[in-house]
Design a protein around this ligand. Structure first.
Ligand code: SF4
Length: 230
């Protein structure tokens, strides 16, 4: 069936786009802003990296479409466009150890970096891990201005950050990197059944596992954290 071939192509695309080495001295932005152990499990069990989820598919489609629009209408609307594909590296010295931070911002223009997110509902404020991701891109690109753009079926949102992001910010993120970084991550993690660090939501502790109904709700919500995979 056509849909199966499209989904196969989508998974191949995702693997190609997000696969990378996991080395102690090379840290990717999308790993640093989420659970540390998850990136280790992705090396051990790459089969579990991506869920066959239409919602995630839509999120990725929005991301790629926006970047294509920006590139295709560059002359008219984004004459100061620098890149929608650059992978950028910068070294930091964290506690005497040199670590290379690597990231690929969605859109870089002359004076700022733009990160595109897709969500089910408009948020009144940006999510913490999205802010961290944007600030790391600001650090990597040496931009004082960063813009988080949310696309949702019910509205659009834009949040602007203007500040100098120094090495201290990055080192703090490295120093407090843990598994999980946020307790809510475990509920949406593909590896939760086998992970010794899994944190159970308070009301579910001792019940063994979440219900089928909860599983369905999770799949729908998952798009809100899909950008962790970037
Ligand atoms: S279950 Fe939680 S701690 Fe374990 S890998 Fe997933 S997010 Fe991390």
């Amino acid at each position: 069936m056509a849909i199966e071939r499209i989904f196969r192509a989508y998974l191949d695309f995702m693997n190609e786009k997000y696969k990378h080495e996991h080395l102690p001295d090379k840290v990717h932005v999308h790993d640093l802003v989420r659970c540390k152990h998850k990136s280790e499990l992705e090396v051990l069990f790459p089969e579990g990296s991506y869920k066959l989820s239409p919602v995630l598919f839509l999120g990725e489609a929005v991301d790629e479409f926006v970047k294509n629009l920006v590139t295709n209408y560059k002359e008219k609307l984004f004459p100061d466009l620098v890149s929608t594909t650059s992978e950028i590296e910068k070294k930091v010295n964290a506690n005497g150890v040199e670590i290379t931070i690597i990231g690929r911002p969605d859109i870089i223009i002359n004076d700022s970096v733009i990160e595109v997110k897709y969500s089910r509902t408009p948020e009144d404020k940006p999510l913490e891990h999205h802010i961290a991701q944007l600030k790391l891109y600001m650090y990597l690109t040496d931009k004082r201005k960063g813009i988080l753009v949310y696309f949702t079926p019910h509205g659009l949102r834009e949040f602007i950050f203007e500040e100098e992001i120094g090495e201290d910010y990055v080192i703090e993120l490295i120093n407090n990197w843990k598994s999980p970084r946020y307790e809510w991550e475990c509920q949406y993690c593909n590896y939760r059944e086998i992970c010794p660090y899994r944190i159970y939501p308070a009301e579910k502790k001792g019940t063994g596992d979440i219900s089928e109904k909860e599983e369905k709700k999770e799949e729908v919500k998952e798009i809100e954290i899909k950008n962790n995979a970037k």
